[in-house]
Each structure stands twice: as structure tokens, then as C-alpha cells.
Design a protein around this ligand. Structure first.
Ligand code: NOJ
Length: 559
């Protein structure tokens, strides 16, 4: 029988570069993480997903890997990593690594070999092709990269082009070559033998390209995506990964680009899993068009409820959802789905309430538990992220300098990558050194772990309380989902019903008072009693009331 620990687990994501610096060089590291194990344990989380910790030239800060079986010296040593795993396991915290196997760094020895000559034994580890047109100076096809611009790079040495769906320093691995998968299987084994419990699989649904890499349908963005997202060979490739993963009962969560419910079921149907779970991005797309962050639009609660409903119903009883508001690729949720200035704390708690009361495994990204906000730096020089620079260049052409900067400030990935705010000392207590690799959010004097630990009703203490509650009461975890007011623009009111009990969750997403009258489904016989709320004096019984800005209350039906 498979161990389904992840169902009532809460998973925390650490972006190691920005979590805690243990050696004063301004870059987070393993020593720093070890120094905060008490903090992690007190938060009540069950597992940690670590963004990549392998050696990397940092073209994409770790998502360009130059050695899959070593630890980035910026982060520490293999011995320190092993110690960290041991200490976390002693606290009952599982360890999930980031598995980035769609591409490597161009500094990986496989690619360095591959680019040497057309007959190098590693040539076929990557996609190389002749260019089009006279002299082959046009790319082999019209595909575009996720970081905008074309997905091919010309290599003078062998006069061919190589494919890169992300940055040009991230060449795509060629899974038509069976040797590539054999290498990956070895890598999986390497980490599983070190006691790692599973993997977050980076852009895993891009692995299976269409044979021959044909031209894509021309459109504004992601030309060619019909030839590389959810390709027909996905099951075959995932099965080859599972041959190793299954032996260790390892958990996987697949980052899945533009995933839909039927596709998620294709990968995660219980009893026939190719992946344990997937990340679906609809839940973080209620303030943009087509799931593209840069195409910003006003947040709509109705849109959010609709897409969450599709996933809550779509996977129920067949598979398992993941729930998240943030990760290292998303700006902070406070400032997007609630105000970052007015009632910030209540807004952050309301979003925490939703995250912990839906069906699925909640993921919390470092700093989210403080209600952290995006720093929205004004100056392009303060950004570090390749996607930000690439987007800016394209956005500038369409919206002009000011329009481009406005969008970058809202959606840059660096908004989530500034150092964790531990206290109000210099550099937010993130490092003892003078410099940090990216600027600290200036609001650290106000938002930080130390002050929120002391303040009884802080966002941090609310997260701790909710995590505890969810873990102690299976009614939070299991059960159906019913949206009782789908048409309301301001209120999200839903029921969770299971053999363990019934919860009624009522949240006011508006930054103002809103009248609430319990919908019919919530007035079933019986008495609902509040189990938690983000205001200290919320009504103890479910009934007609005026909900205050971002007020969120969880009621339980008395049995
Ligand atoms: C998704 C990762 O989350 C992101 O940070 C990275 O840039 C791309 N995949 C490429 O690996």
C-alpha cells in the first residue's frame, strides 16, 4: 500500500539563496537552513521542497544545473546537505529536491562535450539541427522560448543550432536518446539513496517533443507549444522515471505548464499515477490573461472561485490537488489578491484560511507565512532574474519604458526572491555580511519573524495555528467542496463535507465591510460554531452579519 502522507501534509518551499546565510557572503546556504530548523519545526510543516541546490552558473539561479550529483559550493558541502537531511528527518520533516531535467546548463559536461563536434558521443543528448535558408542562418523551426524570443541558438563551432525552451544557457535534453533517461535514472537513485523523499519536477510536461520538431502554429506567444507541452510520449517517459521512484515510494509533484483537469488526470489518477500530484497554475492566474503573468489585469474573485471550483470538483475522489498562492516564480500574493497597504495582515490571514481549508496539499513559500509583500523595486538594476530582463525588453516594445516597468514591478519573479526577513537588524538578520545578493525588501523593519513571533495575533502565529488545526482535524483535509455563493463578487463561502464533519468557510475578499447572509446550503439543520477566524471577535455562530475587510471565519457543524 502506498504511503499517502502527503494528503494531510503541509509543504514548505525554501529558495536556498534567499532563506538564511550562514557564512556571511550574502547568499543563503545550508548552514543557514540548519540554523533555522527550530523555526521550521515550530511552523508545523511536514516536508520541504528545496529549489535547486546543485552547482549552477546561475544564468537562471539554479535552474541551470551543471552537475546533478553535487551541492553548489555557494550553498555548502555534501556533508552539510546530509546533515541537514538527517536533522530534518529527526523532526519528522521530509525532504523534496527540485528535479530539473528538461534542460541542463550549457556548462554541464554533457553539453560541453556535445558542442565539441557533430560526431561527439554526447551530441545526441541535446537537440541539434541545421538552420534554414541560405547558409543555414535561420533557426530550424519557429518555436519561441518561455523567456521570450526564439528557442534556438546558433553555435559557430559546429554550424548548427541547439534548442532551448528557456534561456540560451539552458539547452533542452533530447529524450529521443534512451541514454539520457538512463542518466536521469542514475541521478534519481543517487538522491533517493541519500534519503531524499521525493521531487518537485520542474516543467516536467515539456519533456516529450514531437518527433522532427515541426513548425508550430504562429501566434503571439509560445509558438510551437503544441509540439512540446503534454506530448504523446509523456506517459512513456514518466513511467521510466517511476521505475526508480516506485522502488522508494517517492513523492512527486510535477510543475505542469497550462495544465487542465483531464490532462492532470492523465498523469495523476490514483492507482495509475505517473506523478503523485501536479501544480496547476489557474489558482494564481486570477489577475492576468491566459495564465501569463505579464498580461496583468484586475483581480477577480469570481474568476478565482470558478477556476478553483473546476479543480476541486475535477480531481475529487480520483486524484489529489495541490494548493498554493506563491512560489519562487510568482510575485507575493499580498498585493495581488488583497491589499498590501490596507488591512495587510487580515488579507494575508484570509488567504491563509482559504489555502488551509480547501481539498489538496497546501504549499507555503518562504515568507508567505509573514504576509510578505513584493518589494517592486523601481530600478531595473535592482533586479537579478533573467526572465525579468527578457520580459522587460519585450514589454518595452509594446508598452514603452514606463508601461514595461510598471508591469515588471508587479510581476517580476524577484519580488519573491528577496532575503527572508528574520528580524529588524541590518539586512533583516538574513546575513552577518555587508551585502546581500539581491536587495532586502525595505519593509523588513515592520515585517519580520522576530516581531511576528512575539505578537500573538501575527500572520505567522495564524499560519502556525491553522497548520496545527488542519493537521488535527481530518475534516479540513478530506471532503467535498461546494461553493455556496459562486456569483458573489466579494464573498467566498464554501462547505467542506466528509465523514469527519462539515466545515463552512466564509471569507470577505473586499477591503470594506460587506453584508453576509448565510446561503441556503449553510442553513442546514444544526449549529455551526467558529473554530478559527482572522479577527479576534468574529461571530461565534454562523448567521447574518457584516463581514469586516478581509474577515475570514471557519465554522464547524456541531455533531
Ligand atoms: C520553472 C522554474 O520554476 C523556473 O524558476 C525556471 O526558470 C524554469 N522552470 C526553467 O527551469
Amino acid at each position: 500500500m502506498k504511503n499517502q502522507w502527503y494528503k494531510n501534509a503541509v509543504i514548505y518551499q525554501i529558495y536556498p539563496r534567499s532563506f538564511k546565510d550562514g557564512n556571511g557572503d550574502g547568499i543563503g546556504d545550508i548552514k543557514g537552513i540548519i540554523s533555522q530548523i527550530d523555526y521550521l519545526s515550530q511552523l508545523g510543516i511536514d516536508a520541504i521542497w528545496f529549489s535547486p541546490m546543485y552547482p549552477s552558473p546561475n544564468a537562471d539561479y539554479g535552474y541551470d544545473i551543471s552537475d546533478y550529483t553535487a551541492i553548489n559550493p555557494e550553498f555548502g558541502t555534501m556533508e552539510e546537505f546530509e546533515l541537514m537531511v538527517k536533522l530534518l528527518h529527526e523532526r519528522g520533516i521530509r525532504v523534496l529536491m527540485d528535479l530539473v531535467i528538461n534542460h541542463t546548463s550549457d556548462k554541464h559536461r554533457w553539453f560541453e562535450q556535445s558542442r565539441q563536434s557533430r560526431d561527439n558521443p554526447y551530441r545526441n543528448y541535446y537537440y541539434w539541427a541545421d538552420g534554414k535558408g541560405r547558409n543555414g542562418k535561420r533557426p530550424p523551426n519557429n518555436w519561441t522560448s518561455f523567456f521570450l524570443g526564439r528557442a534556438w541558438q546558433y553555435d559557430e563551432n559546429t554550424k548548427q543550432w541547439y534548442l532551448h525552451l528557456f534561456d540560451k544557457n539552458q539547452p533542452d535534453l533530447n529524450y529521443f536518446n534512451p541514454q539520457v533517461m538512463r542518466e536521469i535514472q542514475q541521478i534519481l537513485r543517487f538522491w533517493l539513496n541519500k534519503g531524499v523523499d521525493g521531487f518537485r519536477c520542474d516543467v516536467i510536461t515539456l519533456l516529450a517533443k514531437t518527433k522532427g520538431l515541426p513548425n508550430g502554429f504562429p501566434k503571439i506567444a509560445l509558438v510551437g507549444s503544441e509540439h512540446y507541452i503534454d506530448g504523446t510520449r509523456m506517459e512513456e517517459l514518466l513511467e521510466q522515471l517511476q521505475q526508480v521512484l516506485r522502488e522508494y515510494d517517492a513523492f512527486t509533484v510535477g510543475e505542469s505548464v497550462f495544465i487542465t483537469v483531464p490532462k492532470a488526470l492523465r498523469y495523476t489518477t490514483e492507482g495509475n499515477e505517473y506523478l503523485t500530484t501536479v501544480f496547476a497554475f489557474d489558482q494564481v492566474s486570477a489577475d492576468n490573461y491566459f495564465g501569463v503573468k505579464q498580461l496583468v489585469r484586475k483581480f477577480s474573485l469570481r474568476r478565482l472561485k470558478k477556476s478553483v471550483g473546476v479543480w476541486q470538483h475535477g480531481l475529487y475522489g480520483k486524484s489529489w490537488n495541490t494548493l498554493f498562492w506563491e512560489n519562487h516564480d510568482q510575485p507575493r500574493i499580498v498585493g495581488r489578491y488583497c491589499s498590501a497597504t490596507l488591512h495587510r495582515s487580515e488579507g494575508a490571514k484570509m488567504l491563509a484560511t482559504v489555502l488551509m481549508t480547501l481539498s489538496g496539499t497546501p504549499f507555503v513559500y518562504q515568507g508567505q507565512e509573514l504576509g510578505a509583500t513584493s518589494p517592486a523595486f523601481d530600478n531595473l538594476d535592482d533586479y537579478r532574474d533573467v526572465e525579468t530582463f527578457r520580459s522587460y525588453a519585450t514589454l518595452k516594445k509594446v508598452f514603452g519604458k514606463r508601461g514595461a516597468m510598471k508591469r515588471i514591478k508587479y510581476c517580476s519573479r524577484d519580488n519573491a526572491r528577496t532575503p527572508m526577513q528574520w528580524n529588524s537588524d541590518r539586512n533583516a538578520g538574513f546575513t552577518d555580511g555587508d551585502e546581500t545578493w539581491i536587495k532586502v525588501n525595505p519593509n523588513y523593519t515592520e515585517i519580520n519573524v522576530r516581531s511576528q513571533t512575539l505578537e500573538a495575533d501575527s500572520v505567522l502565529n495564524y499560519y502556525r495555528k491553522l497548520i496545527k488545526l488542519r493537521k488535527s482535524d481530518p475534516a479540513f483535509v478530506y471532503g467535498t467542496y461546494t461553493d455556496c455563493m459562486p456569483r458573489s463578487k466579494h464573498i467566498w463561502a464554501y462547505l467542506r463535507r466528509s465523514e469527519y464533519g462539515t466545515l463552512a468557510v466564509v471569507c470577505n475578499f473586499a477591503n470594506k465591510n460587506v453584508k453576509f447572509c448565510p446561503p441556503k446550503q449553510m442553513t442546514e439543520p444544526g449549529e455551526y460554531q467558529a473554530v478559527t477566524s482572522d479577527y479576534a471577535d468574529s461571530p461565534a455562530a454562523l448567521g447574518k452579519t457584516i463581514l469586516r475587510p478581509y474577515e475570514a471565519i471557519v465554522y464547524r457543524l456541531k455533531s
